[in-house]
Every structure is written in structure tokens, then in C-alpha cells.
Design a protein. Structure first.
Length: 502
């Protein structure tokens, strides 16, 4: 096969971190190459170098047999290398058409934008991918999944030789993932090459032909996908075997019922949601995007106001109208959006870890006790194996997995009786996933009830004692551990079946 892109001895450092260490790899025309590794392995930095967003400290890039040097992403795009980053670059207030053809709009005779041609070109482009979107609609009106698809199509619109996709399915439903894979294969047949970064190892076996593994900034090896298993890849990624990723359910899961939600509703979002939680139980909430799972969690915690319903803790009705009320009752909510809503990215690890429990660090005169704070923060860093050089390091400089572990650790200070965890391992590598699952098992073993909201069915099936499935704002059914199956859960989620809510 003809080689289209090669990285030769690429190294890239940031203050205190050697992110990419003398890495070489090659990509052939029409190949879909998966790039995997734990958070902090150097995957994103390497592909940012290949895509022009970062300049290497040493090494070189060869494109179609010729050495190239990119000073920006625009340089790389002009040469034929396009990249879709984890963070969306779309402008919500602009239309679908304006986003796809940003800085490339057709110009009329008076040097102004030819709007009719722009919309026509956009419609023709979207039709190529069987995407039913109005070119004139503002992007902010689209779902997160539609925005993710649009971001990818925007990169495809310049017809690159190489397209780099960094965690492209993190916000997509199963049907949207199938749509994406269908179009990747179509473009592959036309000769486009792909570098595909993902933490979802199952996707590698669906879409890629070869996989490259990185660890600690170094190239570990590459394998044909047909010749490896998920366990093989995990061992290469983490440098050790991970046995029993999800752990074993504790006997505490059969404890007494102590938390109950009755008839919870929020107009236009969800209706008549009722369920109970036992001490030590891990209760899953499944459903398609938009089913109302996250909204239920936010309403219980008091972020969003409920329009009906009652909440009971230890048989006593509790009133929650704001998050402070929930925290006072020792109910924790860990948001799915750790960067936007869960963490204070610009603040140090120390301040993040004490944020929900500030009062416990001011024993007198309402003055914070720095010694107590530092002691607690250092203990949490050690207990949750948060990889940081110090508790003074800003959270934004941590890898995704360590940010997620920081999110879990920060809620321990309130000694929660109920933990609501929304998408607990989104964008988290397999090593950090195993550690987070282990901590959740520890909480459950001590009698803490956990409500786990997740779009990852293997995660729910592996972790939960019971799963409730939502469809269009209502609970459609429930499944006990002994009866778990992806097919049954998806039937409930799609509204094709309805059953006992347990």
C-alpha cells in the first residue's frame, strides 16, 4: 500500500512534561488506523503535531513522500491533513452553512457573501452524507450528537488526504455512531486515510484495520486488529493485565431501602419518575440521548426545579430546591460535563478537592484552616491516585482520567449517603476506568447507594445491580442483574417494550 503520512522521531515537550518521546509511525492511503493509550499517553499531542496545531521539538513529518513543516492547523489543512479535536470548534450563533464553509464562503461580484450559493453548496454537501439538516439553522439548535457529526463533516468538506478524529463518538448515540462509521468506510473507499483516537476499545474492532499503542509518550507497538483482543490492547496500554475490570458486587447491595423518589416530574423534560435505592446498591439509568436521565439527576440535586414529586431519605421527606440543600443532606451529584460544570479548571487541585465541603475546613471564626486543607487534599490525591506533581497544580493541566478522579475525590468531603454519577467514565482511559470502578465498589461496600447514569451499556451491565431504562422522559422498564442483556435494554430504550420498573 502507498504510504501517505509518516511521523519520524517526533518529540514534543511542555514545561515539566515530555508529552511525545521519539515516536515514529506511518499511515497508508485508504487506511483506518486506530491510535490508543491511556490519558496522558501522548496521543492527542502527537496528532496535534501531525495536524499543525503544535510544532515538534524534533523529528519530521513526511506527506506523500515529501518532508513538510506546518506552522498552523491551516497550513496542515492546505496540505491535506485535517483534524477534528475533542473540543468542538463550531460557533453556535452561526448557521450550519456558515460553520461548514467558515472562511471559505462563496463570494459574489461585490466581494460579499453569495448567500444563495452558500446554502445551495451546503445542501448539496449534506445530501452526499444523507444528513437532513437545514443549512440556515443556527448550530446551537442542534443536539450535541448532531454538532459532533457536523464538526466531522466540516473537516471532511475540504476533502483532506488524512483526517484525524480525536474521540469522535463521545457525544454520539448508537445510531449516530453507525452513521459515522458508514461514512468513514465510504470515504475510505475513495482513498481517504484516517487516524482514529478512542477510549472505546470495542470501536477499534468495528472500524480500524491496524492499531498503534502509546504509553507515557512512547510508541509501544502496532498490531493488525484481526490479530489482537481487547485484553491484549489493555495490557499494551497500561503495561499490566487488568483482570475483572468492573470488580465484584458486594453483599451490601441487598441492604435496606433508604432513598426514594416518588412521581418526580419536570414539565417538558420527564414525567412521573419513581424509584427506590438500597444501601450499597448501584442503580443504573439507561436510555437514548434525550430520554431525560441527566435531567432527573439534576432535579434530584436541585440544579433544575422540579414541577412535581417527592424525595425521601431514611423515610423522611426532604425538600431540595437548590444544590446546597442536597449537599446538606449528603447527596452528591457528579456531572457528565466535568470541564464545563464539574471542576474549577483554572484553580489548583487543592481548591477543587475541598469545594463542596468548605465549612468543614473552617472550624472556628469562619477562617479556612490551611493545614487541614493541605492534609485532606494530599490524602485524596494519594487515595485516588491522582497523577499530579503537587496539590497546587491547576486542574486544567491534568489528563482527562485524572480530572475525573479529582471530580470523584472532591465529593468525598461531604461523606455522601447518595452518589448520583452521570457518565462516570466519559473520555477516560481503561486504566483510570478500572480505578474509578474500584472506588465506586468501595463506596457501595460501605453502604453508600449509587445512581449511575450512563450511555455505555457494557459499563452499566458490568457495574449495576439493577438498571432502569428511560424513554421520552418516562421509565419504561427495569432489569435485575440476572436478566441483563443489551438487546432487552435497547428495546426498552427505543420504546419497543414496556415492563416492570422493579
Amino acid at each position: 500500500m502507498q504510504e501517505v503520512l509518516r511521523a519520524e522521531n517526533i518529540s514534543k515537550s511542555f514545561p515539566g512534561v515530555l508529552a511525545v518521546d521519539n515516536v515514529s509511525m506511518a499511515l497508508t492511503r485508504g487506511e483506518i488506523l486506530a491510535l490508543v493509550g491511556e490519558n496522558g499517553a501522548g496521543k492527542s499531542t502527537l496528532t496535534q503535531v501531525l495536524g499543525g496545531a503544535q510544532r515538534p521539538d524534533s523529528g519530521r513529518i513526511v506527506l506523500d513522500g515529501e518532508p513538510v513543516a506546518f506552522n498552523s492547523s491551516q497550513d496542515a489543512m492546505r496540505a491535506g491533513v485535517s483534524m477534528v479535536f475533542q473540543e468542538l470548534s463550531l460557533v453556535g450563533s452561526l448557521s450550519v452553512a456558515e460553520n461548514i464553509f467558515a472562511n471559505r464562503q462563496p463570494i459574489g461580484r461585490l466581494n460579499n457573501i453569495d448567500w444563495s450559493r452558500l446554502y445551495q453548496d451546503t445542501q448539496e454537501f449534506l445530501s452526499r452524507f444523507d444528513l437532513d439538516l437545514d443549512p440556515k439553522n443556527p448550530v446551537k439548535q442542534l443536539s450535541m450528537g448532531q454538532q459532533q457529526i457536523l464538526e466531522i463533516l466540516k473537516a471532511i468538506s475540504i476533502n483532506p488526504k488524512v483526517l484525524i478524529l480525536d474521540e469522535p463518538t463521545s457525544s454520539l448515540t448508537e445510531s449516530e455512531i453507525a452513521y459515522l462509521f458508514q461514512n468513514i468506510r465510504k470515504l475510505q473507499e475513495q482513498g481517504m486515510s484516517f487516524i482514529y483516537i478512542t477510549h472505546k476499545l470495542s470501536e477499534i474492532f468495528q472500524i480500524a484495520s491496524r492499531v498503534v499503542v502509546m504509553r507515557d509518550g512512547k510508541y509501544i507497538g502496532d498490531r493488525l486488529v484481526s490479530e489482537v483482543t481487547e485484553d491484549d490492547l489493555v495490557a499494551m496500554m497500561v503495561g499490566r493485565q487488568i483482570v475483572n475490570l468492573y470488580g465484584t458486587a458486594s453483599k451490601a447491595a441487598s441492604g435496606d431501602e433508604y432513598f426514594r423518589v416518588v412521581g418526580l416530574s419536570r414539565k417538558g423534560r420527564f414525567e412521573d419518575v419513581s424509584f427506590s435505592l438500597r444501601h450499597g446498591e448501584i442503580l443504573g439509568f439507561a436510555g437514548l440521548v434525550g430520554a431525560g436521565r441527566t435531567e432527573v439527576g439534576r432535579a434530584i440535586f436541585g440544579i433544575d426545579r422540579k414541577t412535581a414529586g417527592r424525595i425521601f431519605l431514611h423515610e423522611e421527606e426532604i425538600k431540595i430546591t437548590r444544590p446546597e440543600d442536597a449537599i446538606e443532606k449528603k447527596i452528591a451529584y457528579l456531572t457528565e460535563d466535568r470541564k464545563g460544570l464539574g471542576l474549577f479548571l483554572g484553580m489548583p487541585v487543592r481548591e477543587n478537592l475541598i469545594a463542596p465541603s468548605l465549612r468543614s475546613f473552617a472550624p472556628s471564626a469562619d477562617l479556612l484552616n490551611k493545614r487541614l486543607i493541605d492534609k485532606f487534599a494530599n490524602e485524596m490525591v494519594e487515595e485516588f491516585t491522582i497523577a499530579t506533581p503537587s496539590i497546587s497544580k491547576k486542574v486544567l493541566n491534568l489528563s482527562g482520567g485524572n480530572q475525573q478522579k479529582c471530580l470523584v475525590a472532591m465529593w468525598i468531603g461531604i461523606q455522601p449517603e447518595v452518589i448520583i454519577f452521570d457518565e462516570p467514565t466519559r473520555g477516560v482511559d481503561v486504566g483510570a476506568r478500572a480505578e474509578i470502578y474500584h472506588k465506586l465498589r468501595e463506596f457501595a461496600a460501605k453502604g453508600t447507594g449509587i445512581i449511575m447514569i450512563s450511555s455505555d451499556l457494557p459499563e452499566l451491565i458490568g457495574m449495576c445491580d439493577r438498571i432502569l431504562i428511560m424513554h421520552h422522559g418516562r421509565i419504561k422498564g427495569g432489569v435485575q442483574r440476572g436478566n441483563f442483556s443489551e438487546e432487552l435494554i435497547l428495546r426498552y430504550a427505543a420504546g419497543l417494550s414496556e415492563g416492570n420498573t422493579l
